[in-house]
Design a protein around this ligand. Structure first.
Ligand SMILES: Cc1cc2nc3c(=O)[nH]c(=O)nc-3n(C[C@H](O)[C@H](O)[C@H](O)COP(=O)(O)OP(=O)(O)OC[C@H]3O[C@@H](n4cnc5c(N)ncnc54)[C@H](O)[C@@H]3O)c2cc1C
Length: 332
């Protein structure tokens, strides 16, 4: 039986550079590897990896494995799963981490199935059990109302990790590490899908996922015009506007603004929920916010159970005064 050793991070690339979530995974992986007294490994898959392997070392990796092939130019399930299966079987890491991104959500389950191991998705905390050395994988359960911690006895121990749940290390360009190319044989005939076009999401201002302050509107906002008032507050906070599902379903705002179980997961410092009832499916996307402030006319609304601060009232009356005070405080 293979000896499983090391903590491996799947390094996701964005426009040729390692993503911020990958740097967070490397920060977390470094801590786990140190606890295990084993190496932190990073695997990078793509067409031309350029400076990415060196960056992974600067962010904490001891060894970087690279799989380069023209068939790996864009993410595509068949070619990426094949390349990763070969690499993971050759290297036999103890732990294998992915980001909870659209790539991670597709690649990690397919790979876990091929490797005959289990996987915990959307983890927010990872640690090593000192006795068994197994990975303890903590993730929200019951739509974000509770947390569950899981361990598995199959290897590699696989998890996907939510954005901003972990902290990256300060990059150190002088760090030394090993870069090892791995050969993957890919058969173009087995690649069943083709990327025809990549459409970039147009965002004016701060991206919802990156915003440190989010003003989110719910059904209680009542119209697209109402959202314009939320924009004003978001602008003052240098943040972004989000929404619960009904405003997106009603086409008051684009679907890309939806936060929740079937929308985006956000973890800002400040989340102002206006006219949002606090359904578990919505909280699944925002319960990682450091501070939730709720404005709702119903004192019994569930959002008040999650909120650190709450105002009971009609948002049309509360918001102008709230926004003015925020502007005043930020100016002072
Ligand atoms: C499988 C599944 C997936 C889902 N995924 C998501 C998801 O990703 N994201 C999501 O958000 N939902 C999702 N939902 C829907 C979710 O269950 C709720 O229906 C939804 O979150 C409710 O949105 P809301 O809070 O805006 O609306 P409501 O629940 O209707 O609440 C509106 C709130 O506004 C308040 N209000 C009304 N008028 C005012 C006023 N003038 N001033 C102040 N407050 C006012 C009301 O008191 C109420 O609390 C999903 C549901 C399912 C079944």
């Amino acid at each position: 039986m293979a000896e499983y050793k090391g903590v491996m991070v799947y390094g996701e690339l964005l426009e040729g550079k390692i993503s911020s979530l990958t740097t967070e995974l490397l920060g977390c992986g470094r801590r786990l590897a140190d606890e295990l007294k084993e190496d932190l490994l990073c695997i990078l898959v793509g067409d031309k990896l350029d400076e990415a392997p060196k960056k992974a070392i600067a962010f904490g990796a001891d060894k970087v494995y690279t799989a380069e092939d023209p068939l790996l130019k864009e993410y595509q399930t068949d070619s990426y799963v094949t390349a990763m299966e070969k690499a993971v079987k050759d290297i036999s890491p103890r732990v294998l981490l992915f980001g909870q991104t659209s790539v991670g959500r597709d690649l990690a389950p397919s790979l876990a199935f091929r490797l005959g191991t289990s996987l915990s998705m959307d983890c927010i905390e990872l640690s090593i059990d000192p006795g068994t050395k197994l990975l303890q994988q903590t993730r929200p359960v019951y739509g974000g109302n509770a947390r569950g911690t899981f361990t598995s006895e199959t290897f590699p121990q696989m998890a996907t990790v939510r954005k901003k749940a972990m902290s990256p290390l300060e990059p150190d360009e002088s760090r030394k590490g090993e870069i090892t190319p791995i050969k993957v044989e890919l058969d173009p005939a087995k690649v069943k899908t083709k990327v025809l076009e990549t459409v970039k999401e147009e965002v004016a201002g701060v991206k919802l996922e990156d915003a440190q302050a989010i003003v989110a509107g719910g059904r209680g906002i009542g119209s697209p015009d109402g959202f314009k008032q939320l924009e004003e507050l978001a602008k003052a906070l240098k943040g972004a506007v989000g929404a619960s599902r009904p405003p997106c379903d009603n086409k008051w705002v684009p679907d890309t603004m939806q936060i929740g179980l079937t929308g985006k997961i956000v973890t800002p410092e400040l989340y102002v929920a206006v006219g949002v009832s606090g359904a578990s499916q919505h909280l699944a996307g925002c319960s990682g916010a450091k501070n939730i402030v709720a404005i709702n006319k119903d004192p019994e609304a569930n959002i008040f159970r999650e909120a650190r601060f709450g105002v009971v009232g009609d948002w049309k009356q509360v918001l102008p005064a709230f926004s003015e005070k925020v502007k005043e405080l930020l100016a002072g």
